[in-house]
Design a protein around this ligand. Sequence first.
Ligand SMILES: [Zn+2]
Length: 421
Amino acid sequence: MESEPKLAAGSGGSVVVEACQACGDADLQSVLFLGYLPPVNQMRMIGARPHEQPAYPAELLYCPRCEMVQIGLIVDPAILFPPDYPYTSGTTRILHENFADLSRECAELLAPAADDLIVDIGSNDGTLLSKFADGGWRLLGIEPTEAGQLARDKGIATEAAFFTKGLAERMKDKHGAAKLVTAANCFAHIENVHDIIKGVVALLADDGVFVSESHYLISLLETVQYDTVYHEHLRYYSLTSLVNLFAMHDLEVIHARPIPSHGGSIRVYAARQGSRPALPSVKKMLAAEAARGPMAEQLSLFKDQVVASKTELLTMLHGIKAEGQRIQAISAPSRASTLAHYAGLDDGLIDCILEIDGSRKIGRTLPGTLIPVVEESRLFADQPEYALMFSWHIADELAPKLRDKGYKGKFIVPLPRPRII
Ligand SMILES: [Zn+2]
């Protein structure tokens, strides 16, 4: 698996994936086609007349050679991650707790010495690095968007740049080698995965460790999360596929475990081959993945489940509308856009989407639709009979909160199979 991918050029800065993003093999199998999706972060103002906008084919592909599941079109990152990219990690409690857990685990496993360098790729507003602030370590964030200023305001050194091998070499010359490099929820988002890993290898000390957190393919399959397929997510990792990918760069996975972020993620520790002992967690997780059976069969079952889930949701929503009842939706995460487009939800079915006060999405419409995003208070004033949960993966946390605040209707949880609670 020495070859690297030769991607074919597409139009308008996007790139069609003609060969596996990881191993370069051209024998890619189609898993699922979700139609054409608009960029999830382009939300127009309520009342603005819709005008021409791009939409990109969302096809999920599988590489039997290296086990990598991946999207079939790489959209120009300048379109997906504009400088005013609205996502800030500091706003989500679950992610705060996860980052605190990550820093504790790293401190325990790696015992970095005072003054060791810790680098976070895609450091966003500095939330993860801030969890390392009490250890006496030197911290450096790499963040191309304006969110980096929020980190600098907190006193965390942050380089305004995309992470590349070239940047990694410059950072090493300037700051020295890193004991720990982290990449939380961005390792599946960056186009040239080999360039990132080469950069990590260049930056790491001989006994350094690279920790990545990414959406976990097995969670995606188990809970039929087709809504997490959109163009920001270029690859959908199993541990098996990551072991294959890292091996191409003489890196070895030394620890791995599932974590709850984003409806099911995987935290993976990798180091130079032979530099550190691998913990039993690695073999255990790989065995659990193998025990699920051939990936091609799992993906075929997944497609059937996706289609069934969509048709059941539509049947449910049409039944509710036929009785003259109202449906509003709770929260507008990126995944809401995929679900709405694939299932065909529009402002005829969903009256509005509710976001908590202060959300930058209020006053805008869900991408590619006229469904308005409004303040949460509207839910309690209108008391619609049904509230559809786009953030269904945290329904157990959200539903009681909305009940406490006074919502009396029923909740629709759209995935894995639509149900009413
Ligand atoms: Zn491959």
